[in-house]
Structure formats: structure tokens, C-alpha cells
Design a protein around this ligand. Structure first.
Ligand SMILES: Cc1ncc(COP(=O)(O)O)c(C=O)c1O
Length: 468
């Protein structure tokens, strides 16, 4: 047995096994690929240098490489050398543990080739060039002081730019002093949970359908989250009672997709005024409305009783982890205290870049262009469904990054499974149901913004094939 390192190309440790040098080398390479030590795409040393390292004839290595290429373990291309193939023979599972008897192994589910799960914008459309331009400008203009530890409020440049933008585009009453920067909506909600607990609030009313991460986060902070009843017009805010706060997606209910009617918006604010409660407004996709002008934020009705929470996760990308809160005056100090003495989570450079992005008009341009793109996709989805199936209806307003497809009763789970077997990841409505709410209608929550432009036609096609 020879034990050796190759020192040019990939740094390669091989243990040659077995009687023959060539077959020993081949088995050692197969083992390295199988175990993952050699990742797909890794460039191997040239046959000359590996031969020199192993002390074997160059032809031995060249022959071993050639056979492994023929078997599909390696690829060889003029100019790019010999590499580990992108798709090699399947890796064995863990050595220990029971295996299904031959012939009775469960079929292997294909990893999804497409996803229409909601929650993510088209990441391929992130405006990289415009963002880089803004970033360069922001960094060039930033004073040295901006590069140090930052206070919890957020950069003043960003707070001022957001106050302007939110007043203009979302009808929010915003003064820069009332804006606090956070790491996305979830961070803002976490801060509010702490403040509410400190104020001895016990319950935050939530909607019948929503995101379990938000309910869990509130629950983890010691707050109960009873669900408000829901009917064809949306969340019944008139049923609010002694809860200390309400979390609501008023402009575009997530996931059902309705806009809260004016009388229910007013009822939420009246309740907050009457009881001293707070409304936490999750305005996650307010910029994206396709049928008419966006519904303004609920916060405009009473800035002292509504906490407005916005995010860059839909309009730009969730990877930025940037969000903003616009607070009633008497909450600013408490939220800043909950955030800590410094801003430990939100980077200053991204804040400065976003401020420049907003100020220069690049944000408006990006949102306008994405609005057109998403609107086109929604139209294509509706048209494809109309052609494909007369019993599938799209409900909710023409807005946002997702649509709800109403299914025939009893079919939701089968459709989601059928789609999965075809390589399409889909979410049924039921996964967004609050645990205290009885099972309701069958539907899909289709994130039509999620695929890139090139993946969208294939995803739409796969969806149509999975439908009953
Ligand atoms: C209803 C709702 N609110 C808020 C968010 C945004 O969360 P974050 O800003 O933490 O990324 C999402 C993202 O999926 C969402 O669906």
C-alpha cells in the first residue's frame, strides 16, 4: 500500500488499495468522490504530477483517469483538465442503520426542480449594478464616524430617506426620529414582543391565517396569540376585546390575499384607542398592487396607536436583513432600550447604501420594474389556469408576490404531493392555518415571484400539470 500527497492541482491525499496500482488508484479516487472528500467540480492534479507524487508511471494515472471518465466519475476537457463530475454515482447512505429490504425501498423523491413556495422575491432580479453604484457613492461620502459602532436608532441618513419615502408611497406619518432600523420584520417583531411583555401585555391577537414563525416568536416571548375570527371580508377586527395588541397584514392579508375593508381598519384603530392597545401593522409587500393605487398604510389613521413595520425582504431581497419600524412617540425610548446600547445586528454600510438607493430614485425604479414583472406573471398564471381548468379559481386582490388558488374540497394535500413527485415545491393553505382555527377550505398559496425569469415558464407548466 502506498500513501501519498499530490502537491499540484487539488491537494490530494490518496490511499492506494488492492493488488494493482491502476485499480488501487481508481478505487482510492472513487472512495474520495463517494465520501465527498473530493467535491463535484474539483480539478484533479495532472497525470504527470500525480504520478510523480505517487511514484508510479504516468500512464498508470492517465489510464485510471480515462477509465473513471468512462465510468462517469470524472470529466476531462481540453483546457480545463480532469475534474470530478458534477453528477457522480449516488453516494451510499450512512453505513449503520437498517435498510429497506431489496424491492421494497421507498421510491426516491426527486429534489424540486421548481419552486412556487411564497415568501421570496425573484432573486435573479436583484438590481446588482444599481446597488453597487449606490454602495460606492454611499461609502465614498460616509464620514469616518459612520464606520464605528453605531447607536440603536439606525443611521440618520436612512431614517430620513425612509420617512420621506414612506410618507410619499405608503401614506405613513413618519418623522425620522420615530423611525427605528431593524434587521427585517422579524427583528422588529421581536423587539415589540419584548416591549409588550415589559408593559405587561399578555396577549397579541393574530389573524386566522399567517406565519407560524411570527406566532412562535411571540409565544417564545411569553405572549399568547389567540386568532381573531375571519370571514369573506377578512379579519373581524370588531371582535377585538381585551388583548393588548393586534398583529395584522392590513394592506394585503398574508396569505389569503384580501385588503382589510375600511370599516374593519377603522374598527382596529377604534379598539386600540378605546383600550390603550397597539396595532402592529406588517406591511410586508405594500408596494406591489396591480389593479389600482396601493391601499395606504393603516398607520396613517392613527400614528400614536399603530406601529408600522416594513421590510426590504420583498421589494429588494431577504438577504439584506433590513427593515424599519415607525413608532408612536411614547414607544421610541422603549424600543431603543430593547435594542441595546448599540446596533449589534444591522450593518451600517448596508443602511447607508439603502439610504442612497432611496434618495437617488433607484428604489422607486426597481419597485416599478418589479411591479410590471410580477403583474405580468400573475396575469400569466390566471390565464394559464383559465385555459387549464375551469374549477380552479384565483382569490384575493391583484397584489403582492403570491396568489391563492382555490381547489375542489379535499384535494389540497394530494395536489401538493403530486407536485412534489413532479419536482415542484408548493405550499398548501393549511400550513398557514393558526392552530386554534378549524381546517377550512382547500387551496394553494402560489409564490409566483419566487422563480427567476428563466425558471418561471417551467414552474408554471409544472403547476398546471399537478392540478386536478
Ligand atoms: C407576512 C410576512 N411578513 C413579513 C415578512 C418579512 O419578514 P422579514 O422582513 O423578517 O424577512 C414576510 C416574509 O416572508 C411575510 O411573509
Amino acid at each position: 500500500m502506498t500513501d501519498s500527497w499530490a502537491t499540484s492541482g487539488a491537494d490530494l491525499h490518496l490511499e492506494l488499495r488492492g493488488p494493482g496500482l491502476r485499480s488501487g488508484l481508481m478505487e482510492a479516487l472513487r472512495e474520495a468522490v463517494r465520501s465527498g472528500r473530493l467535491a463535484p467540480g474539483t480539478r484533479l492534479p495532472s497525470s504527470r504530477s500525480l504520478a510523480a507524487d505517487l511514484g508510479v508511471a504516468r500512464n498508470t494515472v492517465a489510464d485510471a483517469y480515462a477509465e473513471l471518465v468512462a465510468e462517469g466519475w470524472l470529466t476531462a476537457r481540453q483546457g480545463s483538465g480532469t475534474r470530478v463530475a458534477r453528477r457522480t454515482a449516488p453516494r451510499p447512505g450512512p453505513a449503520a442503520g437498517p435498510r429497506a429490504p431489496a424491492g421494497r425501498r421507498p421510491p426516491v423523491r426527486r429534489p424540486p426542480a421548481h419552486t412556487l413556495c411564497p415568501g421570496t422575491p425573484d432573486l435573479g432580479s436583484f438590481p446588482r449594478d444599481a446597488w453597487l453604484t449606490a454602495s460606492r457613492r454611499a461609502l465614498t461620502a460616509a464620514p469616518h464616524e459612520a464606520l464605528g459602532y453605531a447607536g440603536p436608532h439606525g443611521r440618520p441618513e436612512l431614517r430620513a430617506a425612509l420617512a420621506d419615502y414612506l410618507a410619499r408611497a405608503r401614506g405613513v406619518h413618519a418623522h425620522p426620529d420615530r423611525v427605528v432600523i431593524c434587521a427585517g420584520f422579524v427583528h422588529g417583531l421581536r423587539l415589540m414582543a419584548r416591549v409588550l411583555r415589559d408593559r405587561r401585555v399578555r396577549e397579541v391577537a393574530v389573524e386566522s391565517y399567517g406565519l407560524d414563525v411570527h406566532w412562535d416568536l411571540l409565544g417564545g416571548a411569553g405572549l399568547r396569540t389567540p386568532a381573531l375570527p375571519f370571514d369573506d371580508h377578512g379579519t373581524r377586527t370588531g371582535d377585538l376585546d381585551r388583548q393588548g395588541a393586534l398583529l395584522i397584514t392590513a394592506a394585503h392579508q398574508f396569505p389569503l390575499g384580501g385588503a382589510l375593508p375600511p370599516d374593519r381598519r377603522a374598527a382596529a384603530v377604534d379598539w386600540a384607542r378605546r383600550t390603550g392597545g397597539l396595532v402592529l401593522e406588517d406591511d410586508y409587500d405594500g408596494e406591489f398592487r396591480y389593479d389600482r393605487r396601493p391601499v395606504g398604510a393603516l398607520q396613517g389613521l392613527d400614528p400614536e396607536r399603530v406601529v408600522y413595520l416594513g421590510t426590504a425582504s420583498k421589494s429588494l431581497t431577504p438577504g439584506l436583513r433590513l427593515g424599519w419600524m415607525v413608532l408612536p412617540e411614547d414607544l421610541v425610548g422603549e424600543v431603543l432600550a430593547a435594542k441595546g446600547t448599540s446596533d449589534w445586528v444591522t450593518g451600517t454600510l448596508d443602511q447607508l447604501t439603502l439610504a442612497e438607493f432611496l434618495r437617488s430614485g433607484a428604489y422607486d425604479r426597481h419597485v416599478r420594474s418589479m411591479r410590471l414583472r410580477y403583474r405580468r406573471r400573475r396575469d400569466q398564471l390566471v390565464a394559464a389556469l383559465a385555459e387549464r381548468s375551469s374549477h380552479i379559481r384565483v382569490s384575493g386582490i391583484a397584489a403582492g408576490l403570491h396568489a391563492v388558488l382555490e381547489l375542489p374540497p379535499g384535494t389540497e394535500r394530494t395536489v401538493v404531493q403530486a407536485a412534489a413527485w413532479q419536482g415542484l415545491a408548493l405550499h398548501g393553505l393549511d400550513r398557514y392555518r393558526h392552530p386554534g382555527v378549524p381546517p377550512g377550505r382547500d387551496a394553494l398559496v402560489v409564490g409566483y415571484a419566487t422563480p427567476t425569469d428563466s425558471a418561471w415558464p417551467g414552474a408554471l407548466d409544472a403547476l398546471c400539470r399537478a392540478l386536478p
